[in-house]
Write a protein that binds this ligand. Structure first.
Ligand SMILES: [Zn+2]
Ligand SMILES: [Zn+2]
Length: 157
């Protein structure tokens, strides 16, 4: 494949994957972390130490993304491996953004407080803190502001 075709494939695959990961993380968080895996996730809703048991859940997807990227680099040349590479990179971008915003900005585990300059990220933080206070929706991180707005509109009705 030509380089330009490869790059287009990565973008065409990676961008939807980033959006899908937001949806997927919200479903996992609401339906699995808060139910079957609550014994791991509960540590994230308790006062925090340096590390928490919930961190195990944070690294569940990294091995999959890494494997896809490695395959994208050394696998049999062709469209399939470029798609795999796009999926791996999309997952990685989402994972890094999640760590920076969720663990860094919201929970203060990384020195990224300057990000609160951005209005959208302040809304994301407020929405996530609603989740921490109530233990219910919004479960998604980046879609949180819209979910909170929809919930408050429904309450008014
Ligand atoms: Zn949190
Ligand atoms: Zn939670």
């Amino acid at each position: 494949m030509e380089t330009s075709a490869k790059v287009l494939t990565w973008i065409a695959v990676g961008v939807p994957v980033i959006l899908f990961m937001e949806l997927w993380s919200a479903v996992l968080h609401g339906r699995v972390w808060h139910r079957a895996l609550w014994f791991l996730h509960a540590s994230h809703h308790a006062p925090q130490g340096k590390w928490e048991r919930n961190d195990i859940l944070s690294v569940t997807h990294a091995p999959i993304a890494m494997a896809l990227i490695v395959w994208g680099c050394i696998g049999e040349p062709g469209l399939a491996r470029e798609i795999g590479y796009g999926v791996g990179v999309g997952m990685t971008i989402f994972g890094l953004a999640y760590i920076v915003v969720h663990d860094g900005l919201i929970h203060g585990r990384l020195p990224v407080g300057f990000l609160s300059r951005f209005r959208y990220l302040r809304l994301v933080r407020n929405a996530h803190l609603v989740h921490h206070r109530k233990g219910e929706a919004p479960y998604g991180l980046f879609s949180g502001p819209w979910v909170v707005r929809r919930m408050s509109r429904e309450r008014e009705r």
